[in-house]
Design a protein around this ligand. Structure first.
Ligand code: ZN
Length: 327
């Protein structure tokens, strides 16, 4: 499985959230994978077509458990697409107006009878809790993320520009500025940069994918830091700042791959202090230690933490080599 499909599988397994969030996620999934059918006599149907059976089950549960609807599910085998199977979920009959009203595609007229206003949902995401759910739905329906071994790129591609505009706005509210382009006529918004993609995965709730991405980022940063350390100038403030950042990354690397519990108590305490006080000077960290120690004591412990992290980074690099040789 690719990094992208792993991340999606993880999001699909998340429990359904509050009703407002389920509706936000369902709106995005409908904007990306749904279509409205006209059945004559003012009757409608809504269908979702997805290749991922687990995603179809998630949509099914939303409709059934949260909206009390009875969707039908069938499979279409595509002879021309190498026998690929698509899951088709359909809501029709009396259920359709209920669904369309919930998705704000239908609104009651002056007599209270539902009237079709739009052919796609136009959700208004006002609550903070629903932002992540909406972005998750958009990503599940029309998104992908590149394997971080090959580069940092997360995108959502959709013909529905309303979806992209809203997704972009919600990302911006989390300080994640999306860029745009057109790919074969289809608008795409995307994020670049390891930190942005890590934040977006965290926002959507993909903690396993986030961890995997962070491991790769930390290993890269450690390699970079080791190269820079060979020609460093100790009295440069910027460099002192990056030394603190490097210590934080070193501690994270040990925490993720070995666990801080594997460290001797004195080192473990210093590791935890560095994580909880990333900007503190060595003197300040020493004063926070129990019992307090001087700057040179802190410095010695930091060197041992760095050495342990370098060892972890080396192990990771070696472990990754066969995978990279055979993509
Ligand atoms: Zn919500």
């Amino acid at each position: 499985m690719s990094f992208s499909s792993d991340a999606k599988a993880e999001l699909i397994r998340l429990p359904l959230e509050r009703d407002c969030c389920v509706l936000a996620e369902l709106s995005a999934l409908t904007q990306t994978t749904g279509s409205l059918g006209f059945q004559g006599g003012g009757r409608f149907s809504v269908s979702w077509q997805v290749e991922n059976a687990a995603l179809a089950r998630r949509i099914f549960r939303m409709l059934k458990e949260r909206l009390g609807l009875s969707p039908s599910l069938h499979f279409v085998q595509h002879a021309r697409l190498g026998g690929r199977r698509t899951c088709v979920l359909t809501v029709e009959g009396d259920d359709a107006p209920k669904l369309l009203t919930a998705l704000r595609m239908m609104e009651p007229d002056e007599h209270g009878a539902p009237v079709l206003k739009r052919t796609l949902p136009r959700p208004q995401i006002t609550r903070q809790c629903c932002r992540r759910a909406y972005l998750r739905g958009a990503f599940l329906g029309a998104g992908s993320v590149t394997n971080p071994d090959r580069g940092y790129h997360l995108e959502i591609a959709a013909r529905d520009e309303g979806l992209l505009e809203l997704a972009e706005k919600l990302l911006a509210q989390h300080d994640l500025p999306a860029r745009h382009h057109l790919r074969r006529g289809v608008p795409v918004i995307y994020l670049k940069g390891g930190q942005e993609i890590a934040d977006a995965l965290a926002l959507m709730g993909a903690s396993g994918a986030l961890m995997k991405l962070e491991n790769i980022r930390i290993t890269r940063q450690m390699r970079g830091a080791a190269n820079r350390a060979s020609n460093c100038d100790e009295h440069n403030t910027e460099r002192q700042l990056s030394a603190a950042q490097q210590q934080v990354e070193a501690v994270k690397l040990i925490a993720i791959h070995r666990g801080l519990f594997t460290l001797p108590p004195a080192l473990r305490q210093m590791a935890e202090l560095r994580l909880s006080h990333p900007d503190a000077s060595l003197e300040e960290l020493g004063a926070l230690a129990e019992p307090p120690i001087g700057k040179s004591g802190v410095n010695g412990r930091m060197r041992r933490l760095n050495a342990a992290a370098q060892e972890v980074a080396r192990e990771l690099t070696e472990a990754q080599r066969p995978t990279n040789a055979n993509p």
